[in-house]
Design a protein around this ligand. Structure first.
Ligand SMILES: NC(=O)c1ccc[n+]([C@@H]2O[C@H](COP(=O)([O-])OP(=O)(O)OC[C@H]3O[C@@H](n4cnc5c(N)ncnc54)[C@H](OP(=O)(O)O)[C@@H]3O)[C@@H](O)[C@H]2O)c1
Length: 320
């Protein structure tokens, strides 16, 4: 039976740039009454089933470390049914069905090893955004090294862990969210369906093998930052010629969206360029300059270097 709803209490463990973008996207999806979310109708490569309920996130909790962050989140989410907690991670996790872990890689261990956290996470779903941290590392942080002495009932109470990489474009529901699959830790189909249902609210969802996670994260998560740089350059040019910055930003963003939409609909980047630039025409002048300046090569190198920095296995080290 399609179309039945199930509420899902969601706690954000760490609510900085990425998690607050995801939270914003989820809130926007909840307030958008014109949409009915059905995992089977979203752009997605994740296994989904129409018999699964449509998850409706509720009881939203944002946990942060500093009082300063808590105060600014309280202002942002005032009147939006989001509870903000500072230094009360276990309390926040206890209230959740699903926990999104969005802390920096340097602190995930101490957060997951907090007294009471293991019990608070019992039988829940833990979605980790933490870059480069494997399921084994997350499990070890919660349950320690000695997994062999576990009883069957203890094992049943363990949380289900899944690695997911959204992007800050989640805030406008434009995330290309990656579900990272490790060979040794296959996800149960029901878990994938739930994650698909939830993250489809904030954009597209796709599974990616761990071996390519660093490349996917570079494209999907770092990509908007690279394109923002190009956007800034084009806007600066228009401002130099007398255009108001706000108008230039609006036009440049629409222009970038147009190129992206054409490619998403199947046109190759080369076709997009050729259809605009007549040889010897004005666009060609600009394109020639960009080629001479090595813009395409630089973008390629940015992907290589960023992915290498993310620590992808077997990737040739980029020098410089
Ligand atoms: N940003 C991206 O586009 C992106 C993309 C892919 C993956 N990621 C991954 O997502 C994670 C978060 O990235 P981000 O850019 O959102 O980082 P961020 O802006 O620095 O946010 C980190 C959050 O964690 C909180 N935090 C730190 N220590 C904590 C503790 N002990 N207990 C509770 N909360 C704590 C911080 O709270 P305070 O502000 O109070 O310190 C803050 O809310 C990282 O692991 C990163 O690898 C990020």
């Amino acid at each position: 039976m399609a179309g039945h709803f199930q509420s899902l209490a969601v706690t954000f463990l760490g609510c900085g740039n990425l998690s607050s973008a995801v939270l914003d996207g989820i809130l926007s999806s909840l307030y958008d009454s014109s949409e009915h979310f059905n995992a089977s109708t979203q752009t997605s490569k994740v296994v989904s089933s129409v018999s699964e309920p449509i998850l409706v996130p509720g009881n939203l909790v944002a946990c942060v470390h500093s009082q300063g962050s808590a105060t600014s989140l309280e202002k942002i989410y005032n009147g939006k049914d989001v509870t903000v907690l500072a230094q009360e991670n276990v309390r926040g996790v206890k209230q959740a069905d699903l926990v999104m872990l969005g802390v920096e890689p340097s602190v995930f261990r101490e957060v997951l090893a907090e007294p009471g956290m293991r019990d608070a996470l019992s039988s829940k779903i833990l979605v980790s955004f933490v870059g480069g941290v494997t399921i084994h590392m997350l499990r070890e942080a919660i349950y320690g090294h000695d997994a062999s002495s576990k009883s069957e009932s203890d094992a049943q109470k363990e949380c289900q862990i899944i690695r997911v990489t959204p992007s800050t474009a989640a805030a406008v529901r434009g995330s290309f969210t990656l579900v990272i699959e490790e060979k040794d830790h296959p996800y149960p189909p029901q878990l994938l369906t739930k994650i698909n249902s939830l993250f489809s609210r904030i954009g597209s969802v796709r599974n990616i093998p761990d071996s390519l996670a660093h490349v996917g994260a570079t494209l999907a998560s770092s990509g908007p930052a690279f394109f923002a740089l190009a956007l800034e350059g084009t806007v600066n040019g228009a401002v130099e010629l007398g255009m108001d910055r706000a108008a230039a930003l609006e036009m440049a963003a629409a222009s970038m969206r147009g190129a992206a939409d054409l490619v998403a609909e199947g046109e190759s980047p080369d076709e997009v360029r050729r259809k605009i630039a007549t040889p010897g025409g004005s666009t060609a002048v600009g394109l020639d300059l960009l080629e001479e300046a090595g813009v395409k090569w630089s973008m390629q190198q940015a992907i290589l270097k960023t992915a290498t920095r993310l620590g992808g296995p077997g990737l040739k080290k980029v020098e410089g």
